[in-house]
Design a protein around this ligand. Sequence first.
Ligand code: NDP
Length: 242
Amino acid sequence: MARIALISGGTRGIGAAISTAMKAAGYSVAANFAGNTEKAAEFHAATGIPVFQWDVSDYDACVKGIFEVEAQLGPVDVLVNNAGITRDGMFHKITPQQWKEVIDTNLSGLFNMTHPVWPGMRERGFGRIINISSINGQRGQMGQVNYSAAKAGDLGFTKALAQEGASKNITVNAICPGYIGTDMVRAIPQKVMDEKIIPQIPVGRLGEPEEIARCVLFLASEEAGFITGSTLSANGGQYFAG
Ligand code: NDP
């Protein structure tokens, strides 16, 4: 029987690459998204992957959405917490709303999505939770205090929950991508990209979403069962976490 994988924010960017790669590897995949129904419909038409709309920052919506996914596909074996947003600004300019939106989506979203699938994974004695954090959660980034705080929080979440899941054959790991060519990064002005960002990446280019998808496939596999609580950096040599 195919394993069931749920990818939050699975219809665009890195998430779309993860959903597509997991389907190609034989998983039965559900892709969640927030509000871009046009992109989600395009993604569904192109891949045949079922798409489910809810907001990961809303706990009740996650419980309801996961119930629908499980009714349609079966119990979730692999959860990829990929949905994320930016609301950038220098600290003296960001608003409480910008702080809250990023924390609610990028950090509380992990609780909201993982909590409903956790009891089933414990009962069945198998689970894979893969959290997409960020290089900027590892090293901090000016103009992204909210985002860096949330993404660093994702790493603490990963390490603590890994200890709780280990005896039940549930692994919990994080991936920290560097700069990947998606809508999120395309929002950065080209001049900043060419003069500030690319020169800081030793391999001299942005990463591809598919390069992150391959990391997810590895961590989701049976063979990765000894790896838990770890952080996999995929950043073109830009930052070496200790
Ligand atoms: P995109 O902006 O390209 O796509 C984001 C996806 O997340 C979309 O499917 C979006 O849905 C969904 N999403 C956003 N908010 C919510 C929400 N509240 N509830 C449900 N779904 C939501 O992002 P990327 O592919 O660039 O990023 C994916 C992840 O990787 C994020 O967590 C990001 O922080 C992280 N990351 C990205 C890097 C990069 O360079 N791109 C670098 C490091 C980390 P919809 O289409 O409906 O808006």
